[in-house]
Every structure is written in structure tokens, then in C-alpha cells.
Write a protein that binds this ligand. Sequence first.
Ligand code: IVH
Length: 649
Amino acid sequence: MNNIEYKQAVEQLNIYAHHYYVLDDPITTDEIYDKLYHEVLAYEELNPSNILSNSPTQRVGDAVSDGFTKASHLSRMWSLEDIFDSDGLRAWLKKTYKLDSNISFYCEPKFDGASLNLIYENGKLIQGITRGDGEVGELITQNVKTIKSIPLAINYKQLIEIRGEVVIFKDEFEKINKSRLKNSEAVFANPRNAAAGSLRQLDSSITASRNLVFLPYGVGKNTLEHKLLSDKMEYIYELGFRKPPNSSICQGYDDIEKIYETMKNERDSYSMLLDGMVIKVNEISSQIDMGHTVKVPRFSVAYKFPAVEKITTVKEIVLQVGRTGAVTPVAIVEPTDIDGVVVERATLHNFDEIDRKDIRLGDRVIILRSGDVIPKIIKVLTHERSGSEVEYKRPTLCPVCNSELLQENILVKCQNLMCEARVINSIIYFASKPCLNIDGLGNKIVEALFNSGLVKSVIDLFDLTLEKLLKLEGFKEKKSQNLLDSLESAKGCDYWRFINSLGIEHVGEVASKTLSENFGFGFIDMSKEQIVECDGIGEEMAESVLEFVRVNRETIVELQNILQPKEPIKKDEAQDNPFKGKTIVLTGSMSESRGVIKEMLENLGAKVSSSVSKKTDFLIYGEDAGSKYDKAISLGIGCITEQEMRELI
Ligand code: IVH
């Protein structure tokens, strides 16, 4: 980089930063920003006399925007130096050991959210302040008080600042976006933006509705006397803060690399988004001796994970027709490697979303792929348009059967029940895991069976014979027999699976279980009033059930005769037992798969839920129980082992 390039880079970084921090509207990815930032930093190290005063390296933190009252932190909120690979780690360890060789390290996930400082005085939460520029942030105490994992009072009377990250769990994020889509509101790009945006609402009731979670990672001003950071943090958790998952104490390069690799490989299985691992010197006295540079502490570093956001180009928009007839647009993008996976398609949710984001063919866009989240376009880089981009026109005809499409609220739907795509997708759904779980009936096979004419509905599946299958291309004896065997083993399934497999609109696994538990085989004869009385079933769902039964009663009966599902034990008929009517969470590894144990408990009339909350009655834990166990303990929920559960049954 020469001096002219340096000046341009500084200007570019400032534009990026303004969009990110002030306008809340990022125009590039963290990866590109970080890369340029490090190039600028490298130039400045070689040419200290040329450093521009407006270089982002000369700034301590984010800009503070208007809107909220400003408040000062009692002690500065630092940011962290980033490293990206083993070389970076070696270099950081080398300079750190030079300062003090007699140290150990505390590693924990780096949570991707918004940082927050909490000030407690006389045991009371008196202020909640955003990070801002590290010295001064925005006073958002009212909003902070709506976050349930933040204690309003603690059993510690001295003045103390507790710092942490406010995050939104991935499932909660999907829920928020789903409901925003339904209400024709713009979706949040990622959980981090959703967390930061929710925290800075002028109306605290909005903050309250977002289920934010506070994960403490350190303290600011304090008079605690622990010698080790790990002990200090344990003390903070005991004060009533949520313990973040997976912190560990370790010794040096090999340990750190191992923990980093595991965390990186398992990042998708965390409830919240992680963007790296933070390494901190564990000895407080060494931390104090090491001190800070102008910008970052010398005793800590962020070891970043590979980026999950990349910039690519939209080549085409194709259409998918689902089993309900809903037509969804999918963007085909220039293949891009994101964290080891080549992404070629990105979901666009619906047509309104294309309009709202003004996505055009040929546009440069930011896509996000994060584990279980389907890749999606989170931003169009309109400033990169050349003028040759082409606007997208909504379809009026079904791309599969050519019948006219109908706009139903925000959905565009094919109305033709016989539309090939609808039929094929219903069969695929029928065979899928949360339905009848029929092995060997994936997309390709269903398409082949449909195209051969042998299977035009799910009922036809059960008329297949070895003879018929062997006539099809690619169906040898073994494959055909396996398919017939799995179809056979679907018989005698749980009744809720049967209901779920029907594909009634708005009725998923949970509602199917509710219908099954409450009405058993009688569900097809229930009135709307009876159905809406069930916990968790609303008007829309009830109407959908009635309409489905009205149109398909004969098929349901015929299918039930073929499948002979097990008559469920109805809720009110389950024999008295300690788990009946209770809400239970399972965690850790057990002697059988958790799915099997879940089913056993459900048959006893229990509700098995996936996350611990105040509503949880019991936590049943197996080996290596982790954060759910910690949370249950902190909420005072009864915890029993798998063995104890079995004894109680
Ligand atoms: S420690 C003195 N630990 O990352 C060090 N920060 O890039 C202060 N963050 O501003 C930070 N998880 O908002 C620390 N386990 C963790 C973290 C964490 C997320 C955020 C925090 C900080 C930023 C620095």
C-alpha cells in the first residue's frame, strides 16, 4: 500500500463505519472491513509519521448517535484485537508471554450481539449503557430492565460494572423474522442486528417482546478481590447472571488451538451466534501488569471464526412450488465458499421481500450462511450498481403447471391441487422425518415414482410391489425391497405422525401432537369450538383443520385403514404418574436417543420442550449435561438423572 492508497483506504473504512454504526445499515461484510482495516494498520506501523488523524485506528470505538441520553462508563469499555489463524495466535502468545511467562488462559465463546454495561450500586441496577465509543454510550436503562436474564438487584453492595453481550437466540431470531414477514415488515439481516436494534428501541415494550438474553463476559469498575478471572466470573454467575456455555481454563498454544477447533466445528449447535473465541489471561495481577494499548487490552484477544457473510452476484431468480401451492422465489448466485460450503442458492422468502430489498438480476449482494440457517440475501449493494441490473417481474402463471397464480395475503399460490410440484412435494413431506419417517423416499425417488406414473398420490405408495418397482430404471432388487420394507414399517405409526403427514396447512408437529393427545382418532369429527380449546391452537389452525377434513375425509379414512396408526393415549386418560401434565426438558447424552425418551414421556402425558424456562417443571439430564443444566439450577428447577426418571416411572 502506498500513501495514496492508504488515504483512499481510510476514507473507504470511514464510509463503511458510518453506514454500520451511525446509519445501522452496513454496506459491506465484516470480513472485507477487517481486511482493509488490517492493511491500514500495517501501513501505519511502517509509516507512523503519515498516520491520518481520522484513521479508524485512531478511534477507540463506535460513534455515539443521537436519540438517547448519553452516559459515561465508570471505566473504559475496551474492544479486542482480532486474530484469524494459527500464525496470529502464535504471534499473540509470543508477545504476551514476553510480558509474563507464568500465565494461564481463560477461553470462552465470542458472542455476536451488542455489548452492554450494567452499573449496580447498593445492590440495585441503576444504569444500563451501550458501549458507544467506549467512554460514553447511550443510557438505555428502561430497555435493559425488560431483559429477564439481567437481575434488577444483586446481593453485592459495592459499586460494580458488569459487562456482557446482549444476544438473540437463533430460533427466536427466526420467529421474529417470520412474524415480521407476515406483517410485511423488513426482516432483520442477522441476530446481531436484531439484538442491537431491539436494545435501542425508544419504546421499551418492543425491547421486552424480543426475548433478549444477556451473557456476562467481564467486569469494569469493581472492588472484587479474586486472583483469577475464572473465579471472578463464577462469582458473577452466582450473583444471578446467566453462565455462558463452554468456558475453559487452559495452558498454551496446543490447548487453545484444540478448544478453538472444537468450538468452531460446533458453532452451529449453539443457541446463539458465535463469531469467534475470546482468549484472556486468567491471572488478574498479570492482566493489570500487562495493561492496554491505546485501543485494546494486551491480556486478551479475539480469535475469529471464518466469515459467514460473503459478497456475491445474483445470476437468476427461480421459482419453487411447495406442497401447499405457495410459490417462493430463490436466488441463484455466483457460487461462493462460505466457511467451507459452496453456496449457490439463497432464499428470498417471498416476492414482497424482493420488492422491499429491491433485488435485481445482476446485483451485488451480501449473503449470510450460518449453520442451520438457510443462506439468505441480507443486503443489496446498491452503490455498486452499474445500471445493467434488471428488475424482477412477479410471475402470474405457475412455473410448473401453468395455471394462474393467486395472491393470498403475502403469498403467491398455485391453486391447482393436481399441480405436479404440489403432489410431488406432498409425497416428499409425507415421507419426511417429522411425518412418517420413511427411509428411501427422498426427492429423487419420489420424482422417479411420480414420473413413471406408478405413484400419483400417497395412497398409491402402498400399492407398490416388487414387480412394479423392478420395471423402473435404476431400481434393482435390493433398493426396491428396502423401499417396500420401509413403507411397511410406517404402518402402526404414532397417531400424531399420521396427522402431521397429512400436510394440513398451519398444522405442524406440535399441533399434530396436540390434536392427537386431545382427540385421538376422533379428531376428524371435532367442531371448531372444540379444536380452539386446545392449548396452542388458534382460529386459523382450527379452520384449516376443518377445511382439510371437509375436502379430504375419504382419503384420511382410507389412509388410516392402510397405515393402522396406534390409537394414542389421550391426555386425560394417561394414568397418574409424576410426569403427567408436566413440562420437561431433556439434556445430555442418555442411554437411548432423546427422541425415544421424549416419546415415552409424552405417552405419560408430559410435554417435552427444548429450552429451560420458568415454566419448566423438571430437567432430566444424562451425561455431559451443559448449559441447560446450569440454567435449570440457576432457576431453581428440579433436576433428576435419567436413572431417577426411570425409577419414578
Ligand atoms: S471481552 C477487555 N469476551 O466482542 C475485553 N468480549 O470485539 C473486553 N464480545 O466489545 C471484551 N463475546 O462486545 C469479551 N466472551 C467475550 C465476548 C466479547 C462477545 C464482544 C464485546 C466486545 C467485542 C470485542
